[in-house]
Write a protein that binds this ligand. Sequence first.
Ligand SMILES: NC(=O)c1ccc[n+]([C@@H]2O[C@H](COP(=O)([O-])OP(=O)(O)OC[C@H]3O[C@@H](n4cnc5c(N)ncnc54)[C@H](O)[C@@H]3O)[C@@H](O)[C@H]2O)c1
Length: 343
Amino acid sequence: MKTKIGVVGYGYWGPNLVRNLASHPLCAGLTVCDVDERKRDLVQSRFQAGNVSVTDNYQDILADDEIKGVVVATPISTHFQLAKQAMERGKHVFAEKPLAHEGPLAHELVELAKARDLKLMVGHTFLFSPPVLKTKEILKKGDLGQIHYIDTQRVNLGLHQKDVSVIWDLGPHDLSIILYWLDDVPVEVSARGRDCVVPNIPDVCFMTLKFRSGVIANVTVSWLSPTKLRRTIIVGDKKMLAYDDTENQEKIKVYDKGVNYQDPETFGEYHLSYRSGDVWSPHLDSYEPLYAEMTHFLECIQNGRQPRSDGMIGWQVVRILEAADQSLRNGGNVVKLAWEEYE
Ligand SMILES: NC(=O)c1ccc[n+]([C@@H]2O[C@H](COP(=O)([O-])OP(=O)(O)OC[C@H]3O[C@@H](n4cnc5c(N)ncnc54)[C@H](O)[C@@H]3O)[C@@H](O)[C@H]2O)c1
């Protein structure tokens, strides 16, 4: 079975999605839409023959009944309208991260997908990357024990975006990863940051999340750093894990390290014993996460599976981004998030 796909947006990221779809055995053909003529010329020069066509008009994709799924890779503020229109025409949607620029709009898309029985998937690419999946496996097996905290750093001398802050640009990666790993949502969010270079566009942010389970997570994102860091530490009461995405080999290391607390036998006399055992680096599969992500979208359309990075996690990420923005505006105060009304 093969499915024809429409892609809207062929800027910086769209070409990566198109490249993976164009030769995909589950993809019947592509129509790529971009309002910029130079981008359309690029598509035509790269895919001269074969099953890739271009258009400057999104309506062409919407009107094509053979197109069953639409991939949205345009600026964030346009995701909602483009995704909504596609679903209203009965098409499954893959929207790049973050799902929308406002929480209620992201939620509306989730509800629309449910009402129309359509797949809504979000481009949280890291949920298809081998180290993130291996870490999920390790967490699921309980190898680390009860999780105390997570600390992530995603910083480099990054491309300053004109329309969004670093929170909305890089934040979705770590937030989606942490939500996926913990299978939990934060009830408190606070954030401090600065607009060091461009006025009113924060380029560094330190976010702290407190989850329902009690786990706390710190997420550092910055476009202003001398070196590229993609580091995560997960500390459990049995073991600890370090994940460094910039490493070529041994991206994940599991440390049999910890500190045990022994109850005081007499008042005030507690004992701590330090454990420093083996370090283990699991084997990781080797494939391009984006290819796996596109395969997953096509399979979800064809087999009716629920996407791993579905609209729900996409909406949760947007809510957290909004809460971080709110906290940032108010000097880092704690913003509480209630989820019960949506359950
Ligand atoms: N998953 C990832 O790792 C990852 C990485 C980078 C970017 N992204 C996401 O991809 C999306 C696009 O980012 P980008 O950096 O490629 O942006 P971009 O500005 O480079 O490209 C957007 C393209 O969309 C086109 N466009 C805009 N509105 C349109 C419309 N209504 N109809 C047709 N074409 C339209 C523009 O002409 C442009 O070519 C964003 O949501 C971003 O967050 C994801």
